[in-house]
Design a protein around this ligand. Sequence first.
Ligand code: BES
Ligand code: MN
Ligand code: ZN
Length: 500
Amino acid sequence: MKIGALSGKATRVKTDALVLGIFEGDAKLPKLAEALDKAAGGVVSDVLARREFTGKPNQVIYLPAGRNVAASRIVLTGLGKREEYNPEKARQAAGKASTFCREWNLKEVVVWLDVFLDSTVAFEEVVVALVEGAILSLYRFIKYKTDEEEQQKEIARLRVLTENRRQLAPLKKAVAYAELTSQAANRARDLTNAPSNEVTPAALADYARRLSRRATLKCRVMGPAELKRRNMNGILGVGKGSCNSPRFIILEHVPRRPAAGPIVLIGKGITFDSGGISIKPSAKMDEMKGDMAGAAAVLCTLDVVSQLNLPLHVVGLVPAAENLPSGTAYKPGDILRTASGKTVEILSTDAEGRLLLADALHYASRYKPEAVIDLATLTGACVIALGEHASGLLGTDRTLIERIKRAAELTWERVWELPLWDDYAETLKSEVADTTNTGGRPAQAIVAAKFLQKFIGDYPWTHIDIAGTAGIEKEKPYNPKGATGVGVRLLSRLLTQWQE
Ligand code: BES
Ligand code: MN
Ligand code: ZN
């Protein structure tokens, strides 16, 4: 789908569908839409007067535009109450309208920005939200569907319209930003949805290498031999049970003159988590092909950072392995000596993500980073606590935590902070090693973060547990069932605004 921006009169734009946002409870059409309504013979004011369309969120309808309007159809999409308006409402409304237009097999869509604006929200935020809502909602994972019909319905071009010619330049800029980040989020969804027979640790490394064809990106991949030399036994231990051997991927954005950084992003890259010898129940085990959503988010964020050529040194670290039970697998009771030298007594081979992350967090120290952020589908407990609506956020640095919260509100990839009190580390005491890898049932999301904290260096650190947000079971207005690509828009926004 081609994405663009244009300025001109709404009545004059030739397109299959002109999309208008309507606020719930607005008795009349906004002034600026009156001319269009009049030209269309009053079709919009009529459905509003008859209350056939009320502007409730998720409501969408199309009306023939008549001969005096260049567009063939007017599509109305509900924005909810004006007092409750925010960019997320625009994102969802654009998502609904876009999938609706695709359903009707419309090829050309124009979203009329002006009617989505409100004095309480920033212009750029609304533009970004509209474009994100459209691109994210139209995502489908149909690569493996051989039946062609499914693939034919596609919107060919979507443009954002302003009647205010002076706004065209900032509009274009915001559209380009949103196109970049949401396409990257869709690529992260592709990686996460793809099955583990295709996305092995080696395949993740190949993906990173392909991204590094971009001018500013450097990629380096360590295989099992180098991991052994570097004592990265957390990663090696987890990967031992599989013939798809582990990798440690480094994808780095090095601008000519970095103004800040390094900022290190770490993504958990378990390409399949069976639980290992502490095997998981078989129901829904297929979902564990998505246990590399953190890795996908980090790699695709680096792609964005590089295309924006941000003046920051950003390093992506992805420890990748497959967690399987076998005659060579690591076992409960085993003791692993991690790269940091700290030893870990394994109580459950299903608490594997933290072992990979331990080695990566230790490795991050060498960059003397300004900040380290890890993203991981780390605990089922986080899903129980926050569901699919928020990721768990824990960290050692107030400024970094607050920055992440702000970016999360803007992108609506919301986070919720959990306490990182030392009391939560008590259950990790081991009689035979420096620490165990699990601490029993209570507060597992926090205990997992306390485990990670034992391996961080002297740098500001936050951990984002995306176990609940990385994939959803029921579709949302701009998210079909399956992977969400969570983290890409959040991290991209955080890094874009880093020096503000
Ligand atoms: N990858 C899982 C966590 C997970 C669960 C992600 C559900 C997405 C959806 C992780 O490796 C895991 O198995 N965690 C265990 C830890 C336990 C053994 C301490 C868990 O949460 O049950
Ligand atoms: Mn596990
Ligand atoms: Zn896992």
